[in-house]
Design a protein around this ligand. Structure first.
Ligand SMILES: [Zn+2]
Ligand SMILES: [Zn+2]
Length: 362
């Protein structure tokens, strides 16, 4: 499925049936794809009052009155589109819980607050159609596919709220709920667990594998060096992760001064920024890492900066930041396999420290 393509339900019909004044509702779905339904009750203006749990045969459904039962359908992939009431971001979730959590800003609210405009329109129309049918004493059948195909821009019809696929679908390790978001990092839309550790470790494990492959299979020195340069990407992966976590730390209650300082720190300057995170949030990136290893990490972060901004040549900033007097200004840095192996291993430790301490914040 391509990014951002619109998805609709297929094979769904809704029937409002009037049998001698006895009124009932029937929903049929003939598609083979996964479909989920939120059953809710809404007032006569189409405002959702609450979720109504499905019950077994012969059992009575209990829900607020007066109201009308409405079914909200997932898209063909079993997802519901949501819009965060706080940050206005769009995402999809497989959750049918009463509460939703925004994967981007962590805002937790009632699922009704997360409904998209299309879904709200759908509910209003559902209610209106039922009231019409009841008042006329007739039966009516609504085919969602027919409406979808009869309209070139089917988002026009309030019966068909289309969802947009996002870029990255992830399954929560904790609750198994699925969330579809833009970008890679985000919180589970059901339980709120951040996927930062899973994603960052996946990336670093991939680099570890890549290292082994190059080390075992490439002998030419120049080719190896150019591969080592690429594997310095582990530093950028760490920075990406740290920036994501900073975004969520900024959502915590902070003084204005602290907020400004947190916004301003650069994870490229790993020693200074790690000290700050430890001081402000007890997040210890260097837990279990020796001073010698810390200095090495600092050196490699700065070398990565040289490759990104100075063609791999030493500059005065590098010498100032690392105190590495073995190198001369303009000298070309040579990367060695043991250094790459060591920085990947240490970055992995730092990722685990950072994510573990961040996730322990209550
Ligand atoms: Zn949000
Ligand atoms: Zn979860």
């Amino acid at each position: 499925m391509s990014e951002f393509s619109e998805i609709g339900r297929t094979g769904t019909t809704i029937e409002f049936i009037n049998r001698d004044g006895q009124y009932s509702q029937r929903i049929t779905n003939s598609s083979s794809t996964c479909i989920k339904i939120y059953q809710v009750c809404a007032d006569y203006d189409g405002n959702i009052l609450e979720i109504v749990n499905f019950v077994g045969m012969g059992q009575q459904m209990v829900y607020k009155q007066p109201s009308i039962l409405v079914s909200l359908f997932s898209d063909d992939e079993g997802f519901f589109g949501k819009r965060c009431p706080k940050c206005d971001s769009y995402f999809r979730t497989s959750s049918v819980n009463k509460k939703n959590i925004c994967p981007y800003c962590g805002h937790k609210d009632d699922f009704t607050e997360f409904l998209t405009e299309n879904q709200k329109d759908f509910v209003r129309n559902f209610v209106k159609a039922q009231i019409d049918t009841l008042s006329k004493g007739i039966s009516a059948k609504i085919d969602l596919d027919e409406i979808a195909t009869s309209l070139p821009l089917n988002t026009v019809s309030p019966w068909v709220y289309k969802e947009e696929t996002q870029q990255n679908k992830f399954t929560c390790e904790k609750c198994k709920n699925e969330t579809d978001i833009l970008g890679e990092y985000g919180k589970c839309s059901s339980c709120g667990k951040h996927n930062c550790e899973d994603i960052a470790l996946k990336k670093i494990n991939f680099l570890e594998e890549k290292f082994k492959d190059v080390d075992e299979n490439i002998e030419d020195r120049h080719k190896r060096e150019s591969e080592w340069e690429k594997l310095l990407r582990c530093v950028s992966e760490f920075e990406g992760l740290a920036n994501e976590i900073r975004k969520h730390l900024l959502l915590l209650p902070l003084t204005e001064k602290r907020r400004k300082e947190l916004k301003a720190i650069s994870f490229q300057r790993i020693l200074g920024s790690s000290e700050k995170l430890n001081e402000w949030f007890s997040i210890n990136i260097f837990e279990g890492i020796t001073d010698d290893e810390k200095q090495f990490v600092n050196k490699m972060f700065n070398i990565r900066h040289l490759f990104t901004h100075n063609n791999g040549q030493v500059d005065s900033e590098y010498i100032q930041n690392t105190g590495d007097n073995s190198m001369k200004i303009n000298q070309l840095v040579r990367l060695r396999s043991n250094e790459i192996k060591r920085i990947i291993t240490l970055t992995k430790k730092m990722i685990i420290n950072l994510t573990t301490d961040y996730m322990s914040i209550q």
